[in-house]
Write a protein of this length. Structure first.
Length: 445
């Protein structure tokens, strides 16, 4: 029998090898086709241009004709691209640093697989972590998107890191905690939430949500309030440099970006279809006569006005976005070939079914499923408001695979030994030392 360390090492080597292979293939395809430098344009072009600004030591902004955008995107992903650009310069390579960025993303995607293992081990056991890491390694959509110049992979890694530390904060016995566990760990969790927010602003709400859940599910409200407040403090301190910078350039307090308004209107406007189509932004060109802050507020107001005046259409759009988010195969026509749709669906459908089974088995282990199933539900709720796409679901599939690993184990054991063995498997999961009911974090069950 192979040791678990050997299995993990081979899994991560495979993950990296698959992603490097896709990076090579994708770069060759882009170089020989008319798809553009990024394969998926739009956001990728924005991120790349901002990355070049950072690498050159210039102001973090984009200027197009009369439009000056200074708070259009969070700086986390452009900073990663800037690293790739600098590495290309140090290696004295010709051309743009697209391939270097893809290789760097392949490494980050591999780290995300390892973090899934750590999360599974933290919440359940090492076997669960290994199975979950294996699932993320062979996932067609995770492998393919790992090397696309978009935020999904970097955000998934940051998100998983924050979930791991949040799990430690939630599981630690209040009565036996060290000073670091009581103070340092929650602050660090807040910093990691901020790190993920620097990549994708939608993760910001996780801090307040965790605070509420920690208080509700705790038997020691005083300690829960303390730890939850420290998480929020770590989040605020880590985001403070960005907030101060935004105030300096806009004279307004902006916690994340000034792209929320246009993004909201993208999903709530008379021509909305549930997919993203921002042609109206360039057509209306409000940036030529308004500040970036005014444009953001203008489109926020228009989106809210549309929702109030068109409640039926808003509900219809929510249903369409919900379907687009959970659709087992890609929505975009670029990925609509039968083999692409089949590959994605054959992975995603079993993962969801197994995760549902795993959730049912561990449904009283509140923190365990909140930290694994919770992210995909959280983003689903957000994107019935904005726009729906597989892209926004993808990062949350990483943590979902931990619950799928539980479903796999219970299913295998039940197949081997029938109902009695299944009950024994369930009992083992529910009496694991890291079961939240064995700590003082959970008051129910």
């Amino acid at each position: 029998m192979f040791s678990r360390n050997f299995i993990l090492s081979m899994t991560l080597i495979m993950a990296f090898g698959l992603r490097v292979g896709v990076a090579i293939g994708l770069q060759q395809f882009v170089n020989s086709s008319d798809q553009g430098n990024f394969y998926i344009d739009g956001d990728a072009d924005f991120y790349w241009r901002l990355g070049k600004q950072i690498a050159a030591g210039k102001a973090y902004q984009i200027e197009d004709e009369l439009r000056l955008r200074q708070v259009v995107r969070m700086p986390g992903f452009p900073a990663m691209l800037a690293v790739a650009i600098k590495v290309k310069e140090w290696l004295n390579l010709e051309g743009e640093a697209f391939f270097v960025a893809r290789i760097l993303l392949a490494g980050i995607g591999t780290i995300a697989c390892w973090l899934v293992y750590v999360l599974g081990r933290q919440l359940f056991d090492e076997t669960t972590g290994l199975i979950a890491a294996g699932l993320t390694t062979v996932s067609p959509i995770m492998t393919g998107f790992s090397v696309v110049l978009l935020t999904e992979t970097v955000f998934a890694a940051c998100m998983l890191a924050s979930l791991i530390v949040l799990a430690k904060v939630a599981q630690t016995d209040f009565t036996a905690a060290s000073r670091f566990q009581t103070v340092g760990l929650p602050v660090f969790a807040g910093v990691l939430i901020a790190a993920a927010t620097y990549v994708r602003s939608s993760w910001l709400l996780v801090g307040p949500i965790f605070f509420i859940l920690l208080v509700v599910l705790s038997t020691n409200r005083r300690q829960a309030l303390l730890r939850g407040s420290l998480v929020l403090m770590g989040l605020a301190v880590a985001l403070a440099p960005w907030i101060v910078r935004n105030y300096q350039v806009t004279d307004k307090v902006v916690v994340t970006t000034l792209w929320l308004g246009p993004s909201l209107y993208d999903g709530l406007n008379p021509s909305a279809t549930g997919a993203s189509n921002m042609d109206w932004f360039d057509r209306e060109n409000l940036m030529a006569k308004m500040t970036e802050y005014q444009v953001d507020r203008h489109y926020r107001g228009k989106a809210i006005e549309f929702a109030i005046n068109n409640p039926v259409r808003t509900v219809q759009l929510a249903g369409i976005k919900f379907f687009r988010y959970w659709k087992p195969w890609p929505n975009h026509e670029m990925f609509s070939t039968w083999w692409q749709c089949l590959a994605v669906a054959l992975f995603f459908i079993p993962v969801v079914v197994l995760a549902a089974h795993g959730w049912w088995v561990t449904r009283y282990q509140y923190w365990n499923w909140l930290l694994t199933v919770g992210p995909i539900i959280y983003f689903s709720a957000l994107h019935v408001i904005f726009v729906g796409s597989l892209r926004y679901r993808l990062p949350a599939e990483y943590s979902l695979c931990v619950m799928s690993a539980i479903g796999i184990q219970v299913w295998i054991r039940s197949r081997r030994g029938g109902k009695a063995n299944r009950n024994q498997s369930v009992s083992k999961l529910l009496t694991h030392p890291k079961d939240c009911r064995s700590t003082l974090c959970c008051r129910y069950g």
